[in-house]
Ligand binder design. Structure first.
Ligand code: INI
Length: 157
């Protein structure tokens, strides 16, 4: 039988850094509510969550890196909303945010979770903020909890 490692959805004692962008605030505040909901429903505590606001998704990676390197957080959740809206700016911001977040996780060893939605329209963004579709912030926080617990088990073997 292979040994199987699975992370439980137990947020007790986990310290969370959350980086949220103000751009498209009406969406990102809903995503942040989803993050908090998932943490609190799974045994996490308000006082173990630190939220840092940044101007836009482009700025998320640097602040996520600083949080990850501080040693104060078990995981960092990146939350943002990049909406196409007919400008090429979208592609640069979306690509840099995704690349940056992935790099921070790999460089620091701290799980950095991608909770940035990228959509063509505002309607699609509203759906991903927990109307027709599940709240992407909620899902990102579940991924954070599970990943922290997988890493803890590997470290504790
Ligand atoms: N930032 C976002 O978070 N979402 C967007 O949709 C967006 N668009 O489309 O422009 C956006 N741009 C701002 C960017 O993230 C930076 O804050 C800005 O370029 C300053 O560096």
């Amino acid at each position: 039988m292979p040994k199987t490692i699975e992370g439980q959805l137990d947020a007790k004692g986990i310290k969370f850094g959350v980086v949220v962008s103000r751009f498209n605030h009406f969406i990102t505040e809903r995503l942040l509510s989803g993050v908090m909901d998932a943490i609190l429903r799974n045994g996490g505590a308000d006082e173990n969550v630190t939220v840092a606001w940044v101007p836009g998704a482009f700025e998320i990676s640097l602040v996520a890196k600083t949080m990850a390197e501080s040693g104060k957080y078990d995981t960092v959740i990146a939350v943002g909303a990049v909406i196409r809206g007919g400008t090429p700016h979208f592609d640069f911001v979306a690509a840099e945010a995704a690349k940056g977040v992935a790099q921070v996780g790999l460089q620091t060893g701290v799980p950095v979770i991608y909770g940035i939605i990228t959509t063509d329209t505002i309607e699609q963004a509203i759906e991903r903020a927990g109307t027709k579709l599940p709240n992407r912030g909620f899902e990102a926080a579940l991924s954070a909890i599970e990943t922290v617990n997988v890493l803890k088990q590997i470290g504790g073997e």
